[in-house]
Design a protein around this ligand. Structure first.
Ligand code: NAP
Length: 296
């Protein structure tokens, strides 16, 4: 069994971006600038946004964190997005999900300028991704593809079972793994809470992408010997022994599943850091593309 080490792979990507960002400075080009919008006081969301802002600083990007209160109206959030859309110094906009009930996530996502859609959730980005065109890919599935690429995992012809059909993870990774690319060229089965015989499907899988958010759901008897397991799940489980009061659990029971796998991602230290690497790459790309459009 070998570890798909997201910390290591993301470090390589960050170092590359740091050099490229410094080079932009030498050439007198603008510094990539991410705007992150955080609504309310959700502890997990705050942790994720802070990690993204910190990662921007590490690679030399600018970032602006906009904190808004839980009771914000939809129209006020839309006007915040509109200001960021037209601000020439902002290259990428991310709105941390989930949003409070009074705000439609779809409306907010649709309001983001597709040129600044570094989360890759806008219908323009999603449509291009489905057509196999070059575009912003949502950060988590992008990070998973980068991780498979980093470790040169040959995926052509493998049967991938993806568990979870969210727009953020399950659906996009099922599309990317089925693309005629490397990594890719998998035969993909997309599973969800209504799937019958999930355990039997998992036992047939060469690759399992677990993105259901149910801690330690995947057990050793659900995994074929030599399978590749990508564990996307991150759930905070109460743990009085920890200073924070919780432990982070993946969707697989790592200790029992890992010995059966050829490759496995740990939680934490697997998909999480790769998600940030995906976001940073998208932000850099947004900045370069906006250079190109301003030169025309
Ligand atoms: P989500 O929107 O809640 O979607 C969960 C999906 O899992 C749904 O499609 C659901 O099916 C399916 N599901 C739930 N229980 C199931 C079961 N017993 N059997 C089969 N399918 C089941 O979650 P998400 O946003 O995709 O996130 C999934 C997990 O990944 C969470 O733990 C989240 O925290 C984590 N995550 C991690 C990162 C990272 O950077 N590492 C990034 C994003 C998300 P239905 O559609 O039928 O309800």
């Amino acid at each position: 069994m070998e570890i798909l080490d997201g910390r290591l792979a993301s470090q390589t990507i960050r170092e590359e971006l740091k050099l490229k960002t410094a080079q932009r400075g030498v050439e007198g080009k603008k510094t990539p600038h991410l705007a992150a919008v955080l609504v309310g006081n959700n502890g997990a969301s705050e942790t994720y946004v802070n990690a993204k802002v910190k990662a921007c600083a590490e690679v030399g990007f600018k970032s602006t964190l906009i904190k808004l209160t839980e009771d914000i109206t939809e129209s006020a959030l839309l006007s915040t997005i509109e200001k960021l859309n037209v601000d020439p110094d902002i290259d990428g906009i991310l709105v941390q999900l989930p949003l409070p009930k009074q705000v439609s996530e779809n409306k907010i996502i649709n309001a983001i300028n597709p040129l600044k859609d570094v989360d890759g959730f806008h219908p323009v980005s999603v449509g291009k991704m489905i057509q196999g065109l070059d575009t912003f890919i949502p950060a988590t599935p992008y990070g998973i593809m980068l991780l498979l690429e980093h470790y040169k995992i040959e995926t052509a012809g493998l049967h991938a079972v993806v568990i979870g059909r969210s727009n953020i993870v399950g659906r996009p990774i099922s599309i990317l793994l089925s693309n005629n690319t490397q990594p890719g060229n998998c035969t993909v089965t997309l599973c969800h809470s209504r799937t019958r015989n999930l355990e039997a499907l998992c036992r047939e899988a060469d690759i399992i992408v677990a993105a259901l958010g149910k801690p330690e759901f995947i057990r050793a008897d659900m995994v074929k010997g030599g399978a590749i397991l990508v564990d996307v799940g991150i759930t905070r489980v109460a743990d009085p022994g920890k200073k924070s009061g919780f432990a982070l659990k993946g969707d697989a029971h790592f200790e029992s599943v890992a010995p059966k796998c050829s490759w496995i991602t740990p939680v934490p230290g697997g998909v999480g850091p790769m998600t940030i690497a995906g976001l940073l790459k998208n932000t850099f790309r947004a900045c370069e593309e906006q250079d190109d459009s301003s030169e025309q």
